[in-house]
Design a protein. Structure first.
Length: 362
């Protein structure tokens, strides 16, 4: 069965932005380095992320040989049973903490150009995902046009809108989502993006709390996009939330429908469909191991969920993806068509992926 990972990452060259940015912006290039047991991601003198590297932790290490190069990536995909992937950045995930609109735009353009070149000869295995600047919407629209000309079918927006940027229930977003719908470019909201700091808890249970709560950023984004009317007014736009799990989607759909009906007198704007119907029409969620989203597909539709490996991250499923997939469907009454869609067909259609391996399973 064709397996498409809806969440994978590539590691850009560490000096990509430092070399390519205009001279006046170069000092604030995103870079990372190991220091005192941490991986420090910086922009100039500013530390924008700090990750402790535990002893013997294989986080993108030697056993993940495809982190930065294609031949090793293809070997790892073969080992893990993955036919194709949509690929997200590593350093450029932090683009949305850059407050200077010109620096944000230049960083996005540099990554998008590098990404287009890096995967150009392997579009039968990889879907490229661009990074869209958001500090100025004229930059967003211009970069969307550029991505469209280069054949991109996916582009990132922040999962949490940064300070000073309109929230996702603001009509200011309408031109962006309208244009994405026209171009057939899916809006991808990756977990953790747009946040100045993903660590909000440092007390007992912090490791579980900080990572688990990132699903609430995805919920908040979809809540705003649906209830605020942006998706209803732009029905061709497609949104995928990534690395936030998917089992909460059914609860969100039912709760929104309940509130929309019970508090109808207060609801503005009025929507043309129930919130759950807009979610079904326009929203997808990636998941790794949370079986409940498969069991709740009667509420969301099985078309809403996309399986993902999160390669090469330590919390991902590599190199045991086959085992994880078997466990997901064990004891579940599900048709082969639904299973095939969840594992690859839904992502293939969302990202307009038309490689021979995908067509054989269509």
């Amino acid at each position: 069965m064709f397996v498409f990972s809806a969440d994978s990452h590539v590691r850009e060259p560490n000096d990509l932005f430092a070399k390519a940015l205009p001279a006046g912006l170069r000092a604030r290039a995103i870079q990372s380095k190991r220091e005192n047991g941490f991986i420090m991601t910086t922009s100039g003198d500013r530390v924008i992320h700090r990750l402790r590297v535990a002893e013997n932790r294989d986080f993108g290490g030697n056993k993940r040989i495809g982190l930065s190069e294609i031949p090793g990536r293809l070997l790892d995909m073969e080992k893990d049973g993955i036919d194709a992937e949509v690929v997200f950045p590593t350093l450029a995930l932090w683009t949305y903490v850059l407050e200077d609109p010109e620096l944000e735009l230049a960083t996005a353009q540099i990554y998008n150009d590098w990404n287009a070149s890096f995967f150009a000869a392997h579009l039968d295995r990889f879907v490229r995902c661009g990074v869209l600047p958001v500090r100025r919407f004229e930059h967003t629209l211009a970069e969307l046009a550029r991505l469209g000309r280069r054949g991109y079918t996916a582009a990132m927006l922040p999962c949490a809108t940064p300070p000073g940027i309109p929230a996702y229930n603001d009509p200011a977003w309408d031109p962006v989502f309208a244009r994405m719908g026209e171009l057939g470019i899916a809006a991808v909201l990756h977990s953790g993006t747009g946040l100045e700091d993903v660590i909000v808890e440092r007390g007992p249970g912090a490791a579980v709390i900080n990572y688990t709560r990132q699903m609430t950023d995805a919920e908040n984004a979809l809540l705003a996009l649906v209830a605020g009317g942006v998706l209803d007014r732009n029905p061709r736009a497609q949104v995928a939330v990534i690395e936030s799990g998917a089992s909460w989607l059914a609860a969100l759909a039912e709760r929104m429908d309940e509130v929309y009906a019970a508090h109808a007198i207060f609801v503005q704007p009025k929507l043309s469909l129930r919130p759950s119907e807009i979610l079904r029409r326009q929203v997808k969620c990636s998941f790794q191991s949370d079986r409940a989203c498969i069991l709740a597909r009667a509420v969301t539709g099985h078309e809403a969920i996309l399986w993902a490996s999160d390669y090469p991250h330590n919390e991902g499923t590599f190199p045991r993806s086959r085992e994880v997939i078997r466990g997901l469907f064990e004891g579940v009454e599900i048709s082969e068509r639904e299973r095939a869609d969840i594992l690859g067909g839904n992502a293939r259609r969302l990202f307009r992926f038309d490689a021979p391996a995908a067509r054989a399973q269509a």
